[in-house]
Ligand binder design. Structure first.
Ligand code: SF4
Ligand code: SF4
Length: 97
């Protein structure tokens, strides 16, 4: 499943640059995680990098986005293909073809 940031977030800014999927962004009041981009760091690292650096431990798993390890891998591969397509100057959708 994807992870989520709770309202205990103190906006310390350290997690956002650590995310390999650019899934973390500043929301209206606190940082948020895009569940479509978060792979729990599967495909990049053994442990979720945001959880490793968060000083207040406010990044639990998101029960609204239950995903198996296999689904997380598929998400990683989809994101990697879209990134490669953009790097070649194609639209991200080109990766679906
Ligand atoms: S678990 Fe990994 S992919 Fe998900 S938000 Fe944290 S750093 Fe990004
Ligand atoms: S590391 Fe934790 S406290 Fe800092 S911005 Fe990210 S979620 Fe918020």
């Amino acid at each position: 499943m994807a992870l989520m940031i709770t309202d205990e977030c103190i906006n310390c800014d350290v997690c956002e640059p650590e995310c390999p999927n650019d899934a973390i962004y500043m929301g209206e009041e606190i940082y948020e995680i895009d569940p479509h981009k978060c792979t729990e760091c599967v495909g990049h690292f053994d442990e979720p990098q945001c959880v490793q650096v968060c000083p207040v431990a406010c990044i639990p798993k998101d029960p609204a986005h239950l995903e198996s390890q296999e689904t997380l891998w598929q998400k990683f591969e989809r994101l990697a293909a879209a990134k490669a397509a953009v790097a070649e100057g194609k639209p991200p959708e080109a990766a679906q073809a």
